[in-house]
Design a protein around this ligand. Structure first.
Ligand SMILES: C[S@@+](CC[C@H](N)C(=O)[O-])C[C@H]1O[C@@H](n2cnc3c(N)ncnc32)[C@H](O)[C@@H]1O
Length: 384
């Protein structure tokens, strides 16, 4: 049994886990338990964007008795050669003095472990655990599930340096064009359920974030954009992946195409496309909220809604039955009575053509601190 921990956007992580492993069971917002072997867990973890770490379930203590817990951890520590540990508690059941006593008695078991970290804090920073594991240390997580405790030893942690590299060191990352965070792009690609020997199409490829993730996952992809400059930037970003040795050879194709053009692009016609994954134009980038709701509605109605309508039409034509359209759409901030409020426009779609797989009620919003325009995930499947 393995536990996939959820990242900062648990709902997104859940969708991704469901696309990567079958039959998982959720433990609140902490993570998902999957009845799979270590190899399968490792493969799912390596493909993911929203699973910051995964671990092996060592014990399921059918009580919340701290002495029982101590026995299990003591045995685990005695069985390993490791000396540095982090104990992460996903429960508020134990007081700080109780945990202190637990640590004192654990220190008496073999190998004299050195404990690190802030006990009783809900989540350990993945970066701390990553470095600890790299140096041969270990993390043991204690998670309260109903009336029992799950003890999980962390197996792998996401490498923050890898994500920083693909997000911030690629040659083009112009903020004014808008840029999808790479982890979100990765999740969107996974959620799109790509099929073998088929392509993913991003018709608003911008700087190529989705295409880069397809390349890194070895999925054939095709990208288009109305802007010639965006295409050049996309191609340079993709070439950079190869120069960095992150992919052996490139397999994506790119071309200029205006999504409003009524005919499908010739480049797309011969390809078998199983998913459309994209971040359309969300409106002009803004450093502050709209002055009022009317302006936000105006931006949506005039600038963005027609593009999304065209996107739905094009996606419907290229996708086979069961094919997925994964997109983000804007949620605008505006000022009302000196307070910031949010306008979350609805995407209109034909329910006879599409099945909506997640609600559009604000529960799948990707937050970032400085955002005046947030991104809401949309997931539509062409009816079978
Ligand atoms: C938010 S950006 C996409 C950014 C991209 N996801 C990335 O991370 O690099 C939206 C893109 O839509 C493109 N665009 C705007 N209108 C378009 C249209 N009518 N047809 C195709 N692309 C369009 C813009 O040129 C821009 O590159």
């Amino acid at each position: 049994m393995h536990l996939f921990f959820f990242g900062s956007h648990p709902k997104f992580s859940k969708l991704e886990v469901d696309s990567l492993v079958s039959d998982s069971v959720y433990i609140g917002n902490v993570g998902a338990l999957a009845n799979c072997d270590e190899k399968t867990a490792m493969q799912a973890f390596q493909k993911s964007g929203g699973i910051p770490k995964f671990g092996k379930v060592i014990a399921d203590i059918q009580s919340t008795d701290i002495q029982e817990l101590e026995k299990v951890i003591a045995k685990t520590l005695a069985d390993t050669q490791t000396k540095k540990y982090i104990l992460s508690f996903y429960t508020n059941r134990f007081s700080f003095p109780q945990i202190g006593r637990l640590i004192v008695s654990l220190k008496q078991v073999a190998h004299r472990p050195k404990f690190m970290g802030k006990f009783n804090k809900k989540v350990q920073s993945p970066a701390t655990v990553f470095h600890l594991l790299k140096k041969g240390g270990a993390e043991i997580n204690v998670i309260e599930v109903g009336n029992s405790l799950l003890v999980v030893q962390t197996t792998q942690v996401q490498d923050a340096n890898y994500w920083t590299l693909v997000d911030f060191e690629k040659p083009h990352r112009e903020k004014h064009v808008g840029m999808l965070p790479s982890k979100l792009a990765r999740m969107m690609v996974n959620i799109s359920n790509p099929q073998p020997n088929t392509y993913i199409w991003d018709p608003f490829c911008g700087l190529g974030t989705v295409l880069m993730q397809c390349e890194l996952l070895n999925i054939p992809s095709v990208g288009s954009d109305v802007s010639g400059q965006a295409m050049t930037f996309t191609e340079e970003n993709l070439q950079w992946l190869q120069q960095k040795g992150l992919v052996p050879e490139l397999q994506s194709e790119t071309f200029i195409y205006d999504i409003k053009y009524p005919r499908l692009p010739d480049e797309i016609r011969p390809l078998s496309i199983s998913a459309v994954v994209t971040e359309p134009f969300l409106g002009k980038m803004r450093s502050r909220p709209f002055d009022n709701m009317r302006d936000a509605i105006h931006e949506w109605e005039r600038e963005v809604k027609p593009l999304i309508k065209s996107l739905l039409q094009a996606a419907y034509h290229v996708l086979p039955a069961g094919g997925m359209l994964v997109y983000v759409k804007p949620v605008y901030s505006y000022i009302d009575n000196k307070r910031v409020k949010w306008y979350n426009p609805r995407v209109e779609f034909d329910a006879k053509k599409w099945q909506q797989l997640i609600p559009s009620d604000g529960s799948y919003i990707w937050n970032n601190e400085e955002g005046t325009i947030l991104k809401e995930l949309g997931l539509l499947m062409k009816h079978k």
